[in-house]
Write a protein that binds this ligand. Structure first.
Ligand SMILES: [Zn+2]
Length: 116
């Protein structure tokens, strides 16, 4: 219910145009983008079918969110034991955190023009 309300909120409110709901404190203080920066704008773009725009805002979120959302719903609502055993373990969680950190480092490096 809360998830559906959040999706509706991000569908109707464009975070690029509004100061809603949360500004990244790291970006506000330093100008550096954290691994999550652009996720809200990417979600808004995904909900409007603008995948290229979403990839530009946050590629990691754009790739992971459409995969993670249905899996999470299936695990939580469906209480799917097979999905739970595949995705709810320390190996998957560790791999996800490692990928997230690598994404953050690559993004940080590219911010200084290394990958451009
Ligand atoms: Zn951020």
């Amino acid at each position: 219910m809360i998830g559906a309300a959040l999706l509706a909120l991000y569908y109707f409110i464009d975070p690029s145009m509004a100061h809603f709901p949360i500004r990244c404190p790291l970006h506000e203080l330093t100008g550096i983008q954290c691994p999550a920066c652009g996720s809200q704008r990417a979600l808004h773009a995904i909900l409007h079918g603008e995948w290229n725009e979403a990839l530009r805002f946050n590629a990691f979120f754009t790739i992971v969110a459409p995969i993670a959302l249905p899996i999470t719903v299936a695990i939580v609502w469906g209480r799917n034991r097979r999905l739970r055993s595949v995705f709810c373990n320390r190996y998957f969680f560790g791999a996800f955190i490692a990928a997230y950190i690598i994404w953050g480092v690559l993004r940080f490096i590219s911010e200084f023009g290394f990958l451009n």
